[in-house]
Design a protein. Structure first.
Length: 198
């Protein structure tokens, strides 16, 4: 059973829940992450979520999303999910937006409700996606993608990615040069992951 970390409004862990049952019309606040994989040419790895996904199936989004397991460090969770979803090894994982939070509702009423720090990973490797997770992928110049997304012209883009892009654009047009943020700004549950008692 894959578990997610439940949070209170201050970002402290309040317990865990089975990921398979946590997403519904009253999804509790929980800890997640979003990762933007950037190559040496300032290109973003975009992915299309598999049609079998519970939330936002078939939509295009940032490179990888996921949930840290109870007691798992955030960068470890990112590295794990990049390998599981995309068969991808990365050279560095850095925290960029430590306080990002969002809530979104699908047409069928299913809710996402997450404190979702945003990280950047760098790679020169070729993705080999798991088709049950990722239906398709493409590399796209970050600055062109960000400009298009900022105009809300990408109707098939996930709601969290649209919100994140607005914040990431403010950090500059070269994603390779976004400044890393300190871990001290993370929600308490993410800061304390390796020492938290469950």
């Amino acid at each position: 059973m894959e578990e997610v970390v439940l949070l209170d409004e201050s970002g402290r862990a309040t317990g865990v829940a089975d990921k398979a049952t946590v997403h519904h019309e009253h999804t509790p606040l929980h800890l997640a992450f979003s990762c933007y994989v950037i190559d040496g040419d300032n290109q973003l790895l975009l992915t299309r979520r598999a049609a079998s996904k519970t939330t936002w199936p078939g939509v295009w989004t940032n490179s990888c999303c996921g949930h840290p397991a109870p007691g798992e460090a955030l960068t470890t969770a990112v590295t794990r999910r990049l390998h599981e979803e995309l068969g991808l090894a990365v050279e560095a994982v850095e925290l960029i937006l430590p306080t990002f939070r969002y809530r979104a509702v699908m047409d069928n009423g299913t809710v996402e409700n997450e404190m979702c720090p945003v990280l950047r990973a760098r790679t020169r490797a070729v993705p080999h996606p798991d088709p049950t997770e990722v239906e398709a992928f493409q590399w796209t110049p970050w600055d062109e993608f960000a400009e298009t997304a900022a105009t809300d012209e990408l109707a098939e883009l996930s709601p969290w990615c649209l919100q994140q892009v607005h914040q990431l654009r403010a950090l500059g047009p070269d994603a390779r040069r976004w400044p890393a943020a300190p871990d001290s700004e993370l929600p308490a549950a993410a800061r304390n992951a390796t020492t938290q008692a469950w």
